[in-house]
Design a protein around this ligand. Structure first.
Ligand code: HDD
Length: 684
C-alpha cells in the first residue's frame, strides 16, 4: 500500500470493525464458553418448588456478569457523550510544527470526541450550570494526540495541586451528597472566596457559556499554553481553539432548569439526532501563536491558565475543520471506555511549564488505572492508535495481545535489540530542550498574582443582556448559600471585578454593598461576547402547534418554508396521530403538550385550529407564554393569533403574526429563528 494512503479518515472505523460483535440474528444463545443454552428463564432447582443449585453454571455466569457490569465513573466529567468524525487541515502548519497530521491539507485524520459536564454524576442531567468538557482524540499515523479541552478558556486554579480542593468543594457536600450537579452551595462558594484566582473562571461559569444550547454550538479551548515545534527544532507558544460553524449559543437559565426535568438528555439527544439526520457537527480549529521571544511581552503570564490571550491582540488563525459524522455503536465500549490524556502528544507538539498542565500530565493515567482496571486500557478498541505499537510492556489485567518470543527487555542481543529506539529524524519523540534552572520552592510566581484584570475584561466585553444573566446567576447561586459570611465574602471578592455588578447581587442577598472603588481595567474583547457569534436558522427546532380544524394552506406553506431553510419541524398537538385541517387534509402529530414543553424547541408556531377545545387553548397559551418568557421567536396565525392577543403580553418583539394574507410571513419567521432570542423583549 502506498504510504500516502495508508492512513485516512476511515482508518479508525476499519480498525474497530474487527472488534464489533457478530449479528445475533437467528443465532442460538450460548454461554460465554460457547455452550448452547436450552432454557434462560428458570434457574436449576431441586424440584419445581425446591432450592436452587450451585451447579447452575448458566445462572452463575449470567448473574456474575451482571453484578460486575459497572466501572467507577470518572471522578470529574462523569456524564459524557461522544461521536466519531474526521479532521481536515486547511493549510499546512509546517512552518510551526512537524506533527504529521498538521502538514498536508489532503490528509484527513479520524477523531473521536467526548463532550461532558464536569460536576454531575454519570446519571445526572445535561443542562446544569457547569463547564463542558470537549475532549478530542486524533488517531494520527504517529500515534494518538489528545486535545483535552473545555468550553471555557480559563480554569479555576493556577496550580494542579489545588484540583482535588476545587473538585471536593464543587461536588455534592460529603455528609449529605447534596446538591447534585450544581455549584450553588456553601462549600463551593466558600472555596471561591478563599481562592481568589478563581475570579475569571467564575465569571465565565456565571455567564451564558455555562448553559450551552447544544454541543454543536460550543467553543472548545485547550486552555493551556502548549508548544508547537518545527523540523528545525524552533518552537512557538500556542493556544488551541475550536470554533463551532453554527456559532456559540446558550439556553436561558429558567429553560435549562426545566429541561433538566423534562428531558435530562436534551443535549446528548440533540447531537445524536443531528448526526442521524445528517446535520453533522462542525468546528474549525484555530491557533493563537506567540513567538518564544515574546514570552514576557504581555501584562499577564502566558503560563497562567486563569488568563486568556485576547483575540484582538493575538488573532486566532483558522487552520482546519472537524466534522462529527458518526454516532457510536455502543455507549459503554466507546464513550465510557475512552481514555483521554493531555500527555498523549505527537512529535511537533510539546508542553510548557504551566503548573496546571504539569499536574494534569500525572493525573489522567493515574485515574484511568483505577477506572479501567489496570495498565492495558490502551488495548481497548476505542483507545488503540491506528498505527502499530511495539514495546516490552507485558502482562497485567485483561491483556489482549499475545506477545510472542522470550525477549521482553531492552537492551537485548537475543532479538537483535528489537524493538529499537529511533532518532528524531525517524520520528522518535524528543522533548523540547527548554532551558530550566531555579531553586526547589513551593511558591506562586509573582507574575501569577493578578486575579481580577481578566475577570473585569470579560465583564467589560459582555452585552447588556449577557451582563444581566451574569448578575442573575450570582443571585441564584448565592441565594442558595446558607452562610451569610460566605455570601458577604463573595460580594467583597467580586467588587474587585466590577462594583456595580457586585452591588446588584449584594442587594438580593441583603449583604453589605461594596464601597465604590472602581477596578481600573477598561479594556474589552468583543470576541468574548456571544452577541458577535454567527447566527443561523439551520438545524434549529420549531414546534408547529395545531388542533383539528387548522388552516391547511397556512401550515403547509410554513412547514415547507421552514424545511427549505434547514429548520427541523415538530408537529405538536394534544394527541398523537393524524390531525385534520379544515380543508380535509391531515398531518401526523408526533409530539404532545404532555411530552414536550416549549423548552424543547427554539421557536414556536401556533397555528391553532377551529376545533380546539378549552384545554387545548389553555395548553397552547401556556406553551407560547413560556416561549415568550424565554425570548424565543413566536409565529401566530388564525386561532393562534387570537390566543396570543388574549394574553395581552406586553411586547411584540420577535412575534410574527399573520391572519392568512401577509406576504413573506414564513420568511420573516425564518429570519426571526436565525436571530434566536429577542433580548430586548419586555417579559415583566
Ligand atoms: Fe481534567 C477529565 C478537561 C484540569 C484531572 N478533564 C477531564 C475531561 C476533560 C478535562 C474534558 C474528560 C475527558 C473525557 O471525556 O474522558 N481538565 C480539563 C481541562 C482542564 C482540566 C480543560 C484545565 C485546563 N483535570 C484538570 C486538572 C486535573 C485534571 C488540573 C488534575 C490535576 N481530568 C482530570 C482527571 C479526569 C479528567 C481526574 C477524570 C476522568 C479522566 O481524567 O479520565 O484525571
Amino acid at each position: 500500500m502506498d504510504e500516502e494512503n495508508k492512513f485516512n479518515e476511515n482508518s479508525k472505523n476499519e480498525q474497530m470493525e474487527q472488534f464489533r460483535s457478530a449479528d445475533n440474528e437467528d443465532k442460538a444463545m450460548t454461554t460465554n464458553q460457547g455452550l448452547k443454552i436450552s432454557e434462560d428463564e428458570f434457574s436449576l432447582k431441586a424440584g419445581e418448588r425446591g432450592p436452587s443449585l450451585i451447579e447452575d453454571f448458566h445462572f452463575r455466569e449470567k448473574m456474575t456478569h451482571f453484578d460486575h457490569e459497572r466501572i467507577p465513573e470518572r471522578v470529574v466529567h462523569a456524564r459524557g457523550f461522544a461521536a466519531h468524525g474526521e479532521f481536515e487541515l486547511y493549510e499546512s502548519m509546517k512552518p510551526y510544527t512537524k506533527a504529521k497530521f498538521l502538514q498536508n491539507p489532503k490528509v484527513k485524520t479520524p477523531v473521536f470526541v467526548r463532550f461532558s459536564t464536569v460536576v454531575g454524576s454519570r446519571g445526572s442531567l445535561d443542562t446544569p450550570r457547569d463547564a463542558r468538557g470537549f475532549a478530542t482524540k486524533f488517531y494520527t499515523e504517529e500515534g494518538n494526540y489528545d486535545l483535552v479541552a473545555n468550553n471555557i478558556p480559563v480554569f479555576f486554579i493556577q496550580d494542579g495541586i489545588k484540583f482535588p480542593d476545587v473538585v471536593h468543594a464543587i461536588k455534592p457536600e460529603p455528609d449529605s451528597e447534596m446538591p447534585q450537579a450544581s455549584a450553588a452551595h456553601d462549600t463551593f462558594w466558600d472555596w471561591v472566596s478563599q481562592n481568589q484566582e478563581s475570579a475569571n473562571m467564575i465569571m465565565w461559569l456565571m455567564s451564558d457559556r455555562a448553559i450551552p444550547r447544544s454541543f454543536r454550538m460550543m467553543e472548545g479551548f485547550g486552555v493551556h499554553t502548549f508548544r508547537l515545534v518545527n523540523d528545525e527544532g524552533k518552537a512557538h507558544f500556542v493556544k488551541f481553539h475550536w470554533k463551532p460553524i453554527l456559532g456559540t449559543h446558550s439556553l436561558v437559565w429558567d429553560e435549562a432548569q426545566k429541561l433538566g426535568g423534562k428531558d435530562p438528555d436534551f443535549i446528548r439527544r440533540d447531537l445524536w439526532d443531528a448526526i442521524n439526520l445528517g446535520n453533522h457537527a462542525e468546528y474549525e480549529l484555530g491557533v493563537q501563536i506567540i513567538e518564544e521571544k515574546d514570552e514576557f511581552a504581555f501584562d499577564f503570564d502566558i503560563l497562567d491558565a486563569t488568563k486568556i490571550w485576547p483575540e484582538e491582540d493575538v488573532p486566532v488563525r483558522i487552520i482546519g475543520k472537524m466534522t462529527l459524522n458518526r454516532n457510536v455503536d455502543n455507549f459503554f465500549a466507546e464513550t465510557e471506555q475512552v481514555a483521554f490524556h493531555p500527555g498523549n502528544v505527537v512529535p511537533g507538539i510539546d508542553f510548557t511549564n504551566d503548573p496546571l498542565l504539569q499536574a494534569r500530565l500525572f493525573s489522567y493515567t493515574d485515574t484511568q488505572l483505577l477506572r479501567l482496571g489496570g495498565p492495558n486500557f490502551h488495548e481497548l478498541p476505542i483507545n488503540r492508535p491506528v498505527c502499530p505499537f511495539y514495546n516490552n510492556q507485558r502482562d497485567g489485567f485483561h491483556r489482549q495481545t499475545i506477545n510472542k518470543g522470550k525477549v521482553s527487555y531492552h537492551n537485548n542481543s537475543l532479538a537483535n535489540n528489537s524493538p529499537h529506539t529511533v532518532n528524531e529524524a525517524e520520528g522518535g519523540y524528543v522533548h523540547y530542550q527548554e532551558k530550566v534552572e531555579g531553586r526547589k520552592v513551593r511558591a506562586r510566581s509573582e507574575s501569577f498574582k493578578d486575579h481580577f484584570s481578566h475577570a473585569t475584561l470579560f465583564w467589560n466585553s459582555m452585552s447588556e443582556s449577557e451582563k444581566q444573566h451574569i448578575v442573575d446567576a450570582f443571585r441564584f447561586e448565592l441565594s442558595k448559600v446558607k452562610s451569610k459570611d460566605i455570601q458577604q465574602n463573595v460580594v467583597d471578592m467580586f467588587a474587585n471585578v466590577d462594583v456595580e455588578m457586585a452591588t446588584s447581587f449584594a442587594k438580593t442577598l441583603n449583604a453589605t454593598p461594596p464601597s465604590s472603588q472602581k477596578p481600573t481595567v477598561t479594556k474589552s474583547s468583543p470576541a468574548l461576547s456571544q452577541e458577535n457569534t454567527p447566527k443561523k436558522a439551520t438545524t434549529r427546532k420549531v414546534a408547529v402547534v395545531i388542533a383539528d380544524g387548522f388552516h391547511g394552506g397556512n401550515v403547509k406553506e410554513m412547514v415547507e418554508a421552514l424545511q427549505g431553510a434547514g429548520v427541523q419541524v415538530a408537529i405538536l398537538s394534544d394527541k398523537l396521530g393524524p390531525i385534520h385541517s379544515s380543508d380535509g387534509k391531515e398531518i401526523e402529530s408526533m409530539h404532545t403538550f404532555l411530552t414536550d414543553g416549549s423548552v424543547a424547541f427554539d421557536a414556536v408556531y401556533i397555528a391553532g385550529g377551529a376545533n380546539a377545545d378549552k384545554p387545548f387553548k389553555e395548553n397552547a397559551k401556556m406553551f407560547m407564554k413560556e416561549a415568550f418568557t424565554h425570548f424565543k421567536p413566536i409565529a401566530v396565525t388564525n386561532e393562534g393569533k387570537q390566543w396570543f392577543d388574549e394574553q395581552q403580553l406586553s411586547d411584540e418583539t420577535g412575534i410574527i403574526s399573520d391572519v392568512g394574507e401577509t406576504t413573506g410571513f414564513a420568511s420573516q419567521f425564518v429570519d426571526a429563528i436565525a436571530s434566536h432570542r429577542f433580548w430586548k423583549r419586555n417579559i415583566s
